[in-house]
Design a protein around this ligand. Structure first.
Ligand code: ADP
Ligand code: MG
Length: 323
């Protein structure tokens, strides 16, 4: 039974950064304003995410770790109109199958919080504790019981890099949330949480790039786009400067990446790439949110229409044309 659970968990939890992604999504779904992330040893040692969100009701605490337990989706039809990042109810259960997990949580108005710890996917001890409204989840010894996975992990520096990427992306997607990342005891990143994309971008991309980024803004029927693209002189030598969100969900998309690169055609030196933060909104029915947790590449119903919309909006911004 444990083996099956661990294999299934591998679908969701590929590396420490996947744990961080799932925990951040849960904290965001919980309506948090402040999310603190602490990691040690590239995340394999410790990942701790604390939020000031709605908390988990005591009765629901053991259930939250059951596989396919979600409080967010009431029927399959909801899939087309999902308003939360999570909906599969797989993450916490999968994480608990391959790590030691400790949760403390409190809901507002409750006189005390609860603490629960899990080992090998099995929960013990639910006991009262004192804490403010919100949830803290600590994940330690990730993959200790799964040597094949542990062997596959790269250096602490590389794994930390993946985690920084995850936190950076969610910071840019949710500028109204204040994110703080501590790596091996060092303050590594802290966003202002003031709702301003540029101020958040200054923290993530640096003042020299973000202060000069150009605003992107366009609407066409049910499609809209907002974001920032770097001034041509702030191009970069690799393709890692794109932060792509569709309906506030972090996505990978060749269509979007190509549309942005096309928009820069002739404006950047050959072999240079833009920095861009793109928030695309379109009817959920025009997208395919993958049921499979590991696949992050988004599909659009009309690729060509999305490509042209994004290309034109970014091009207009770069050429200084009014939206
Ligand atoms: P999903 O996010 O797909 O619902 P998860 O396994 O990630 O599934 O989480 C299971 C449930 O645990 C969630 O539906 C939610 O009710 C609860 N939960 C998890 N993390 C938090 C959190 N930080 N704050 C409040 N509730 C949480
Ligand atoms: Mg979730």
């Amino acid at each position: 039974h444990q083996t099956v659970a661990r294999i299934a968990a591998g679908e969701v939890v590929e590396r420490p950064a996947s744990v961080v992604k799932e925990l951040l999504e849960n904290s965001i779904d919980a309506g948090s304003h402040r999310i603190d992330i602490e990691i040690k040893g590239g995340g394999a040692g410790l990942i701790k995410v604390s939020d000031d969100g709605c908390g988990i009701l005591s009765d629901e605490l053991p259930l939250a770790f059951a596989r396919h337990a979600t409080s967010k989706l009431s029927s399959f039809d909801d899939l087309s109109s999902i308003g939360t990042l999570g909906f599969r109810g797989e993450a916490l259960g999968s994480i608990a199958a391959v790590a030691e997990v400790e949760v403390t949580t409190a809901v507002s108005g409750s006189p005390s919080g609860k603490m629960m710890s899990l080992r090998g996917g099995r929960g013990d001890i639910v006991r009262p504790i004192a804490r403010a409204c919100g949830t803290t989840i600590s994940v330690s010894h990730l993959f200790r019981e799964v040597p094949a996975r542990l062997k596959f992990l790269k250096s602490d520096t590389t794994e930390t890099g993946h985690i920084v990427t995850v936190v950076s992306n969610y910071s840019l997607a949710y500028p109204e949330v204040r994110f703080k990342l501590i790596v091996d005891g060092r303050d590594t990143l802290m966003t202002p949480g003031n709702g301003k994309l540029r101020d958040t971008a200054i923290e993530i991309l640096g003042h020299h790039v973000a202060a000069r980024m150009i605003e992107i803004s366009a609407v066409d029927g049910s499609f809209s786009i907002a974001g920032l693209v770097s001034a041509p002189e702030n191009s970069r030598a690799n393709r890692t400067g794109l932060f792509l969100f569709v309906n506030r969900r972090w996505v990978r998309s060749h269509i979007l990446s190509r549309a942005i690169e096309e928009a820069c055609h002739g404006l950047l030196t050959v072999g240079r790439y833009p920095n861009a933060i793109i928030n695309l909104r379109l009817p959920p029915s025009d997208t395919d949110i993958n049921i499979h947790p590991a696949k992050t590449e988004i599909k659009f119903r009309e690729d060509g229409k999305v490509f042209e919309f994004v290309r034109q909006a970014v091009r207009a911004a770069l050429l200084g044309e009014a939206p």
